[in-house]
Design a protein. Structure first.
Lengths: 226, 222
């Protein structure tokens, strides 16, 4: 019988696999994170068990522990994933030609729409995450405040009119309330206020109102066209 | 037993035949349990607090506890309601005084900050520990938010401004909740009154614009 030889020579570049070598593992990890988010949305973090995650993600317990040390580590990774997703959505929503106020309005609109499309994620970020670890606010801020400030600091240092951290807290309370009253699918209704809060810290009250009016029009237009 | 007047067990009624009416006895037990649940959960956290801890702090027996409350959460919610009712009453009193609307807002805000600063344990209990009780928290959060937003709305009255943002009062209440929550989490509840000038400005600006808000901020000492 002819022994089949394993050849370690590189194959033709055209035929080289293009998918990541750890594709299966990455997809498992993502399924676990998604399962964590959805389970927290449905029954909160304290009530979520590893068994819930394992069955939702269709993986084995062993696989879960290959990716995460424990439930909390998985939760933290889920939060990081959500933050990174929203950062990406915000960054892709505007171009360098936009004025700071416009850019901030577009970023806020894109983030709110992303949250509305995935209420479980909104619920976890605004509610559970805070209860599990209040320090998570710091992580949110690091992801948002410097990016906002950078929009206004094109020509020198951005001057703060109001405390951006406060605006952030206000937006969070609004969102949490919308979720608590079972209206997470109607988060875009909050756009005028969320845009106001996004613009006002560095853009000031007047510019914030202007952008908020624009957002209100967009929202009505968006609903009408549906 | 200690002579410390802070020790709730000092309020225990004498054993045996004291001839006190049953209502008084129950009231004493109930009050001690409510004070105890705030103290114990603010110190140990909701998760690690047991009914036994509350009983020990209050000097009340287990059977009595279950005659008065269904469980730990029920006891907690009863204490929460009493605390927030008291806060609302004080805020309402300050807010309904005579004077221009921005001034009434500043006074109501001052009362709120002082209320939380005066009792850091109650602050921690009502804001932080309550948010860890699970799904029941969402309903409580929603109802407290609605009630203080309504209070601010009602007081807008005839002389109050007509804000352009339709949820301006909700934003104002959100600002206060978020700011107080943060200080309390950091263990700095006692320093809350220092935030009065800045918070006065931020709360008023969506309603009255920068100039009027700035003027009221200066009256608050900023």
């Amino acid at each position: 019988m002819i022994q089949r030889q394993r050849n370690s020579q590189p194959s033709s570049p055209i035929l080289r696999p293009t998918l990541p070598i750890d594709l299966a593992s990455q997809s498992q990890r993502q399924r676990i994170l998604d399962a964590m988010i959805e389970s927290c949305a449905e029954k909160t973090y304290p009530a979520t068990t590893i068994s819930d995650i394992v069955s939702r993600a269709h993986i084995s317990r062993t696989t879960f522990y290959k990716h995460f040390g424990d439930k909390r580590a998985c939760f933290d990774a889920a939060i990081d994933f959500c933050i990174a997703e929203l950062q990406g959505v915000a960054a892709a929503s505007h171009s360098p030609d936009d004025t700071p106020g416009e850019a901030a309005r577009m970023a806020a609109t894109a983030v709110v729409e992303a949250l509305a499309a995935r209420p479980g994620l909104a619920q976890m970020l605004a509610g559970d995450a805070m209860a599990v670890d209040p320090a998570v606010i710091e992580r949110y801020r690091k992801a948002t405040v410097p990016a906002l400030e950078a929009l206004w600091s094109g020509d020198g240092r951005a001057q703060a009119h109001t405390d951006p951290r406060l605006a952030f807290g206000q937006a969070q309370v609004l969102i949490l309330n919308q979720i608590a009253t079972g209206r997470s699918n109607r988060l875009p209704e909050l756009l005028p206020e969320i845009v106001y809060l996004t613009v006002s810290p560095f853009g000031g009250h007047d510019e914030a109102l202007r952008q908020s009016r624009l957002a209100a029009k967009t929202e009505i237009g968006g609903v009408a066209s549906r | 037993m200690s002579d410390n007047p802070e020790d709730l067990r000092q309020w225990r009624l004498p054993r045996g035949r004291h001839g006190l009416p049953r209502e008084l006895v129950e009231r004493s037990q109930r009050e001690r349990l409510l004070a105890a649940v705030v103290r114990v959960t603010a110190t140990n956290g909701y998760e690690s607090t047991t009914v036994g801890d509350i009983l020990g702090e209050a000097g009340v027996g287990r059977e009595t506890f279950y005659e008065l409350f269904d469980d730990k959460l029920d006891c907690m919610l009863a204490a929460h309601k009493i605390l927030i009712d008291a806060l609302e009453e004080q805020v309402r009193a300050a807010y309904s005084e005579q004077g221009p609307w921005p001034e009434r807002v500043r006074k109501a805000l001052a009362v709120t900050l002082e209320w939380f600063a005066a009792d850091p344990q109650a602050a921690r209990f009502t804001l932080v520990e309550l948010s860890t009780v699970g799904p029941a928290f969402r309903a409580i959060f929603q109802s407290e938010y609605a009630r203080f937003t309504r209070l601010l709305d009602e007081g807008l009255g005839d002389d109050g401004p007509d804000p352009e943002l339709s949820r301006a009062t909700g934003l104002a209440v959100g600002a206060i909740m978020a700011r107080i929550y943060e200080e309390v989490v950091l263990g700095k509840a006692a320093e809350l009154p220092r935030l009065l000038p800045g918070l006065t400005y931020e709360l008023l600006v969506p309603f009255v614009g920068e100039e009027v808000a700035r003027a009221e901020q200066r009256r608050a000492g900023g």
